[in-house]
Design a protein around this ligand. Structure first.
Ligand code: CP
Ligand code: NVA
Length: 301
């Protein structure tokens, strides 16, 4: 049994296999209609979601399975009953647990105590299924993934960490431009950088976005993540130099712009970029569905 908890679990071949399967499913979803026939997945969400919830639920449905949404936004897991008992119960009825949680260790505990695959649908540290859809989108637009140059701008967060992990495994060069003290997780970065070296690519973190140039893809995410009550306007000054606007796109040389969404227009990205010719953000959002189908087929099928 395999889980997707961090994104470090899979080899380059497995990442490519998931991305290629997702591409086939995108072309001909009906051919996979019985892949998860009679199976069910529980979606437990401690935080809001539009894309991840919808696409995991639809992915289960399109594969012939069923999703049960458990709204845990009113109370943290582990309070009404222990996380272990929660996992043991759900393992008796369902074939996988898809969890969006505050703490990575909640997912680790579900995986350790349950008996079905656990899939990370976002935690404080990772958003691994997002990164798979992101690199699928890069491949579609640029014709290849390995060796491409991606710049991430803004807050070093869960999405950044997963772009580094998946990027390292896929041989992508990832440069993070983040304000000092706001970079990605150091331990995750170091572990990913080691993998990148073996795959002939490079990861780096820089703090001066004015030097941006020679990239294929630029990517941003919110300056304040879910669960952090800092008002967006209070960090505006700190992050404004990292905003993806027309000038930043031009200087970077990027052919496409990505954003995991939801976007805060006028903050980390401008309307003109979001709605402009280089924006691939809605292709990226669409690919969440296809990647989730491929992931579920691999882990649960
Ligand atoms: N990108 C993403 O995970 O979106 P949701 O928060 O809407 O699921
Ligand atoms: N970093 C963001 C991603 C949302 C999909 C958050 O955690 O809120």
């Amino acid at each position: 049994m395999r889980h997707l908890l961090t994104g470090f679990e899979f080899s380059q071949d497995e990442y490519l296999d998931i991305i290629n399967t997702a591409a086939s499913m995108k072309k001909d979803p009906k051919a996979y209609a019985d892949t998860l026939k009679g199976k069910a997945g529980a979606l437990l969400f401690e935080k809001p979601s539009l894309r991840t919830r919808t696409t995991f639920e639809l992915a289960l449905f399109r594969l012939g399975g069923h999703g049960v949404y458990l709204d845990e936004q009113s109370g943290e897991l582990g309070v009404r009953e222990t996380i272990a008992d929660y996992a043991r119960n759900l393992s008796r009825w369902t074939d996988c647990l898809i969890g969006r949680v505050f703490l990575q260790r909640t997912l680790e505990e579900l995986a350790a105590t349950g008996s079905v695959p656990v899939i990370n649908a976002l935690s404080d540290l990772y958003h691994p299924a997002q990164a798979m859809a992101d690199y699928m989108t890069v491949g579609e637009h640029l014709g290849s993934i390995k060796g491409t140059k991606l710049a991430y701008l803004g807050d070093g967060n869960n999405v950044t960490n997963s772009l580094l992990v998946a990027g390292a495994i896929l041989g992508v060069n990832v440069t993070c431009f983040c304000p000092l003290g706001k970079g990605p997780d150091v331990q995750i970065f170091n572990k990913a950088a080691e993998i990148a070296r073996k795959n002939g690519s490079k990861l780096e973190v820089l703090s001066d976005p004015s030097k941006i140039s020679g990239f294929d893809v630029i990517y941003t995410d919110t300056w304040v993540s879910m669960g952090d009550n800092t008002p967006l306007d209070s960090v505006r000054k700190l992050y404004m130099p990292f905003q993806i606007n027309d000038e930043m796109v031009e200087k970077s040389g990027a052919k496409i712009v990505l954003h995991c969404l939801p976007a805060h227009r006028g903050y980390e990205i401008t309307d003109s970029v979001m709605d402009g010719p280089k924006s691939a953000v809605f292709d990226e959002a669409e690919n969440r569905l296809h990647i989730h189908m491929a992931l579920l087929a691999k882990l649960v099928g």
